[in-house]
Design a protein around this ligand. Structure first.
Ligand code: GTP
Ligand code: ZN
Length: 211
């Protein structure tokens, strides 16, 4: 593991290990009933009777990323690209995640670019990588860093650039209540980190590379 990966990925194994500590479905449903009572309603009334079952099922979807391994997502590299070594950028990958502070959604777009050295990955795999981390609890910053670290580790590229633009519902519908405020995070490695012109190229393609 190179230094960049080491510095970016201290959380990678920890997130996957947490699955071992799962409560039973019954315990999870009981917790939902408690939260319904905390909201001020009666979990036994007809409309809410099946809600704990639905919520625990929905949680399995929202947080399915704990079961997924980013290494497996990026394990197939296509080396035969006729020497292509210029930028590969997948822009506007939509995602829905939940912040680790409030368990409230944040959602937006991810843009990922890299300069290949030993080959390229299937383009869909970049979107799958976003899903792995979006479907876990974390901050936007750690999601950005984790995507970059996984790309570094799997592809050993000349550089990786990741940008996430998101609206946090915990800032929109509660708390400070600033609907529409957007948070932008970027993580650059290699050529993108060392050369400001590469950052400009990335940002230009993200903003103006519309075809
Ligand atoms: N840096 C960062 N902060 C986040 C993210 N998601 C939510 N937050 C912030 O996490 C902070 C938690 O602050 P606390 O003071 O502990 O909690 P709080 O009383 O609910 O804060 P308010 O949202 O200001 O009401 C808030 O400022 C949120 O806006 C994220 O992805 N990254
Ligand atoms: Zn939050």
């Amino acid at each position: 593991m190179n230094d960049v990966v080491k510095s970016l990925s201290p959380r990678l194994p920890a997130a996957a290990d947490k699955t071992a500590e799962r409560p039973t479905r019954e315990e999870a449903e009981a917790a939902v009933r408690t939260l319904i009572r905390w909201a001020g309603d009666d979990p036994q009334r007809e409309g809410l009777h099946d809600t704990p079952k639905r919520v625990t099922k929905a949680f399995r979807e929202f947080y399915s990323g704990y079961q997924d391994d980013p290494k497996e997502v990026l394990n197939k590299i296509f080396a035969e690209v006729e020497g292509y070594d210029d930028i590969v950028l997948v822009r506007d990958i939509p995602f829905y995640s939940h912040c680790e502070h409030h368990l409230v959604p944040f959602y937006g777009m991810t843009h990922i670019a890299y300069y290949p050295t030993k080959g390229v990955v299937g383009l869909s795999k970049l979107a799958r990588l976003v899903e792995v981390y979006a479907r876990r609890l974390q901050t936007q910053e750690s999601m950005t860093a984790q995507i970059a670290a996984a790309m570094e580790e799997a592809l050993e590229p000349r550089g990786v650039a990741v940008m996430i633009e998101a609206e946090h519902m915990c800032m929109s519908m509660r708390g400070v209540q600033k609907a529409g405020a957007m948070t932008l995070t970027t993580q650059f490695t290699g050529a993108f980190k060392n050369d400001p012109a590469e950052q400009v190229r990335f940002l230009t393609l993200v903003r103006h590379g519309k075809v």
